[in-house]
Ligand binder design. Structure first.
Ligand SMILES: Nc1ncnc2c1ncn2[C@@H]1O[C@H](COP(=O)(O)OP(=O)(O)OP(=O)(O)O)[C@@H](O)[C@H]1O
Ligand SMILES: [Mg+2]
Length: 598
């Protein structure tokens, strides 16, 4: 049977349109990333190279200099050799250390996008170059630009950037034609965001949003870790949270937390946690104890919800639908708490929509809408600008203020022009600063972000009367701003794409260099991943996790298999083929006991 690529090129030869094309959506998450493809009227999640639906946004440099990505990288996490949560600082000048080098956040993001794309292409069996990428509702200009730039450098042209809550609403099948108000409660790994959308005539408009930058599953892990670490200390006289084994301990804690979403009681377990003292972790924990430990954090999320409602004077009865998004929303007490806060209004059920993958699925639907996929006639999709884009003129009292050229709430794409005159007479030079923000009378307010400073020279110096500058802001579908300045007297104009405000701006040459380094690293990693030892290790893990563990009845047996999988991943993370071989063999041996399940 010919591949999609072949069919498509044949169709093009005969002047036909595309047959089946991939309509890709990517949720680039702080903790986990997900890729989805819209096909046959449905957004399918694409499994990654480890056979999982979501991929921890973690990279770890293996000892042999190759790169591990996803669960393997997470389980082999090492402060010096691993990077995670890069999304939180993307678009800032902050650097991330990796084996003694200080890397730009963009470099890691390009790496993550390249790896996500590679996995998605493997799952699809064909390559793609375009897609829709999601971004937090509260992100401002630089993060948006950086996300697009990094996806582009990884070979993924971003058709549009859409906000995560909007993507979630689309995936929940919220019909954009009916006028309704939807509250999206997104409780992920590192952040909590409550967003209220008004949906009408095909427009998804964010009318209120409240985020808590540092509240997520990681904090819940820490709350549970404290309970378990105290018991561990009492039993063994060992302070695990301040030890080199903290990371392994936290993985066991997170696993116990996830188990408690479906089981009333579980055991946090890790054999030989402290090898030199032969200390193992084996602590029973029940749901009520866990719930008590996390309650203060859940209440903080409630305060954000209250605030998002208060910003618009909304009451629970004003909300038509409540959507739960993010892994932490799977915790039963979180669902009960939100229901209570919303005066008994039940959130939309999880049986059709997975809160871990719905953002990527919504993005895939938008990707299909934008590329004219058949069967999506009921959907319209458009967005409004969330923050005003301003220049900073001086008022009659000689005070600098922000003057919105494109007002918040404008439809995208859009273009607006305002005319400004120099204050000095004659004037030699002016500086036009470009801001994103809504605090017009306090330019220094931290909520306003300076996107660029554009110097403009008048040669020769110009009188005030003849110094008119037409300043045009164009905001594109892709969330990127271009500023055009026109000196009307001299009939001279220039366009400035707004990229990064810092001096640290990345130029095209740097992007190319970064791309080359990444490609080399990924190619080198591909060599290891094509060895028979690595492939065998991956296969045996997939078989165990997908086909065996879900069918094994006894908890103890399940845990034993999980631990063996972990050992295989640790061996993969070492890059040592002999270790991989023996760890896989051990797991394979154990699987013989379950041959009847396969
Ligand atoms: N079944 C579950 N029960 C409880 N917690 C879970 C469950 N599944 C995943 N989690 C937690 O959800 C978190 C990850 O959620 P998610 O993947 O939605 O985050 P993210 O989108 O990457 O992060 P953010 O929204 O902060 O950018 C982790 O803390 C993980 O432990
Ligand atoms: Mg998320």
């Amino acid at each position: 049977m010919p591949s999609n690529n072949e069919l498509r090129s044949r169709a093009t030869d005969y002047g036909l349109g595309p047959l089946i094309m991939p309509y890709i959506g990517i949720d680039f998450g702080t903790s986990n990333s997900v890729a989805a493809n819209f096909q046959y009227g449905h957004a399918e999640v694409l499994h990654n190279h480890e056979g999982q639906k979501w991929t921890p946004s973690v990279v770890t440099l293996r000892r042999d200099g190759t790169l591990a990505f996803g669960q393997e990288a997470k389980e082999n996490f090492d402060e010096q050799r691993s990077i995670r949560s890069v999304k939180r600082i993307l678009g800032t000048p902050e650097r991330v250390p990796l084996v003694g080098q200080n890397l730009r956040t963009e470099q890691i993001a390009v790496m993550l996008f390249s790896l996500l794309k590679r996995d998605a292409e493997k799952a699809l069996g064909e390559s793609f170059t375009k897609g829709v990428v999601t971004i937090p509702a509260n992100s401002k200009g630089l993060a948006r630009h950086a996300t697009k730039l990094c996806a582009g450098a990884a070979g993924l042209q971003v058709l549009t950037l859409i906000n995560e809550p909007t993507a979630a609403a689309i995936c929940y099948g919220i019909n954009a034609q009916d006028e309704q108000r939807v509250l999206v409660y997104d409780f992920g790994g590192g952040t909590l965001d409550v967003t209220i959308l008004r949906i009408h005539h095909g427009i998804f408009e964010e009318i209120s949003s409240k985020g808590v930058g540092k509240l997520g599953g990681d904090d819940l892990d820490l709350a549970l870790a404290k309970v378990l670490a105290e018991r561990f200390q009492q039993k063994n006289g060992y302070d695990i949270l301040n030890s080199p084994y903290k990371q392994q301990f936290m993985l066991a804690v997170e696993k116990a937390k996830i188990d408690l979403s479906t089981e009333p009681i579980t055991v946090a377990r890790k054999a030989e946690l402290v090898p030199e003292r032969h200390l193992s972790l084996e602590e029973e924990i029940d749901r009520p104890t866990f719930e008590r430990a996390i309650m203060p954090l859940i209440q903080q999320s409630g305060a954000a919800l209250d605030e998002a409602m208060k910003l618009r004077n909304l009451r629970p009865k004003d909300i038509d639908k409540v959507l739960l998004v993010g892994g932490t929303s799977k915790i039963p007490i979180v669902q009960r708490y939100v229901t209570e806060k919303m005066a008994g209004k039940e959130p939309e059920p999880f049986d059709k929509v997975d809160p871990m993958t719905c953002v990527a699925q919504g993005a895939a639907i938008v990707s299909a809408i934008l590329q004219g996929a058949p069967g999506l006639d009921n959907y319209a999709y458009s967005v409004k600008l969330e923050h005003s884009l301003c220049a900073n003129p001086i008022n009659e009292h000689r005070q600098v203020y922000l003057d919105p050229i494109v007002k918040r709430g404008s439809d995208i794409p859009c273009s607006f022009t305002k005319t400004y005159y120099p204050v000095a007479d004659p004037a030699e030079r002016v500086i036009i600063s470009v801001f994103e923000g809504d605090e017009y009378h306090q330019p220094d307010n931290a909520e306003n972000v300076k996107l660029a400073e554009i110097p403009w020279e008048f040669t020769p110096p110009r009188s005030q009367r003849d110094g008119a500058l037409d300043v045009t802001f164009e905001y594109g579908d892709d969330g990127i701003l271009t500023v055009q300045i026109e000196d009307t007297h001299a009939k001279h104009k220039k366009r400035f794409p707004i990229q990064q405000a810092s001096e640290d701006q990345m130029d095209a040459a740097q992007v190319i260099k970064m791309k080359r380094i990444n490609e080399e690293l990924i190619a080198r990693s591909a060599d290891l991943e094509s060895t028979s030892e690595y492939k065998e290790a991956l296969e045996v893990i997939k078989k165990t996790e997908q086909d065996v563990i879900p069918k094994v009845e006894r908890d103890e047996d399940r845990r034993e298999l999980e631990e063996l999988c972990r050992q295989v991943r640790l061996a993969m993370g070492s890059g040592d083929k002999k270790k991989m071989e023996s760890a896989s063999a051990e797991l394979n041996d154990r699987l013989l006991n379950y041959a009847y399940l396969l």
